[in-house]
Ligand binder design. Structure first.
Ligand code: AHG
Ligand code: MN
Ligand code: MN
Ligand code: MN
Length: 283
């Protein structure tokens, strides 16, 4: 896995430079999810693709910004599903954005995820990696080199609440649940960028991030292979939980198509169990 994580470190430095120097405008194309692509989305995707072309253990790539699967090395072992620049529309208001990587072996489904990683481009460049045998590892870049900071563990109960999706399109059950957390004194922490929003909860002891199914997006907005599953793995490895609106572990998802989405809830045990009760799921 080292080669892949080392490659992600190089990608992170290059994408951070692109964010700081390239044009923040829109390209004239859209991606498979029907989103207008920023020039930065396209450039970041190019940086990732070029980097993994030199890593022979990478069999193929799936990207938020590509239609299908891009074959790289026949003799490769892993398929990397990635979001080259998440929350990209926040870059032009100078908010933190990120990159997300899911590393799969075999069929593209959650149980075949062997590792995940994400990068946060903010006041500093930070990287978190997770493998099946350990807690997530947190690194920070200094002069272009990543230094290990600590392992990440979620407390049983947190203080932060990151409620995604358009509020007027939430179900009554979800609205009651979210309002109940605020009544308990939880603090609202939602920037619209899932990477910094989920990173903050992981580092600040816990809470819950939710992007439910809504009346306008019944299957949610976040893509399974390169947004939902990589973070579900992170949260479970950190001692928390990650479930869908049916109370199913997100680590059991089997996407039918590379860009399939899923309602998703990531958090500490107390908050996820509270959500299960509110939704009438088995705790
Ligand atoms: P991307 O920029 O890669 O398309 O993803 C953006 C996602 C994610 O970062 C965030 O959680 C979500 O969009 C926010 O959606 P809303 O604007 O609907 O809250
Ligand atoms: Mn997008
Ligand atoms: Mn994204
Ligand atoms: Mn993106």
């Amino acid at each position: 896995m080292l080669t892949i994580f080392e490659t992600i470190e190089k990608i992170a430095i290059k994408i951070d430079h692109a964010i700081k120097t390239e044009d923040l405008g829109y390209s004239d194309t859209e991606n498979t999810s029907g989103e207008d692509q920023l020039k930065l989305d396209v450039k970041s995707d190019y940086i990732v693709e070029e980097a993994f072309k030199n890593v022979s253990i990478v069999k193929a790539l799936v990207s938020e910004e590509k239609e299908g699967v891009l074959a790289l090395h026949d003799e490769g072992k892993y398929t990397i599903c990635y979001d080259p620049l998440d929350g990209s529309s926040l870059a032009d208001v100078n908010l933190s954005v990120g990159s997300i990587f899911g590393i799969y072996e075999g069929e593209l489904k959650a149980e075949n995820l062997v590792a995940s990683a994400y990068v946060v481009y903010g006041p500093r460049i930070e990287l978190v990696t997770a493998t099946r045998d350990a807690k997530p590892k947190h690194y920070r870049a200094q002069e272009g080199l990543f230094n290990f900071i600590s392992e990440i563990s979620l407390d049983e109960k947190g203080k932060l609440n990151a409620p995604g999706g358009t509020q007027q399109n939430w179900s009554k059950v979800h609205k009651t649940f979210v309002d109940g957390l605020f009544a308990e004194g939880y603090r609202l922490r939602y920037s619209g960028g899932m990477v910094p929003d989920l990173h903050q909860i992981l580092l600040k002891g816990g809470g819950i991030f939710s992007y439910p199914g809504t009346s306008d997006k019944p299957n949610g907005k976040l893509r399974q292979l390169f947004e939902v599953i990589p973070f579900a793995f992170m949260y479970e490895q950190a001692g928390g939980q990650a479930i869908s609106n049916e109370g199913v572990r997100l680590m059991e998802l089997i996407p039918a198509h590379p860009h399939d989405t899923s309602p998703c809830f990531f958090g500490s045990n107390y908050e996820i169990n509270k959500l299960k009760e509110a939704y009438g799921m088995k705790v």
